[in-house]
Design a protein around this ligand. Sequence first.
Ligand code: RTP
Ligand code: MG
Length: 155
Amino acid sequence: MEHPQIFVERTLAVIKPDAVDKSDEIEEIILRSGFTILQKRRVHLTPEQTSDFYAEHYGKMFFPSLVAYMSSGPIMALVLARENAIAYWRELVGPTNTLKARETHPDSIRALYGTDDQRNAVHGSDTFSSAEREIRFLFPDSIVEPIPAGQAAKD
Ligand code: RTP
Ligand code: MG
């Protein structure tokens, strides 16, 4: 018998320190938008961990203040699953700058919950490879590996 493999895309969402006390409301929006929340973890990252997480921005002008902000308090990390999860979550998140988000995407999460150009409430992975890396980074003990076809049937 054939065992079709069903691929459901995952992405990493982070509720940043300025919005973490609004996590319940943001999770409501996430669920209403058709995502399943697969994993969830509240964590306070150190500056070193934050630097690793945002390594792609190392050397940029805003990097030191980004690290200080993201390590200033707890964050909520969420693994989301949905068809087209990466692009759809980025769309729901809205533009990086909160003030621009309020002008152009007034229903986006950043427009609703962000503070300024840096404290913008939420993070979303931007590519498949960054999603995989970021999920492993924040959920190192629970890596989801697919069961090869055939093996599942024998169990
Ligand atoms: P994120 O990675 O957090 O989802 O945000 P993003 O893709 O929309 O923006 P990105 O360019 O990756 O920047 C990462 C985070 O750095 C802060 N930032 N501050 N002051 C500034 O000019 C500035 N630019 C970026 C924001 O917190 C941004 O989300
Ligand atoms: Mg980014």
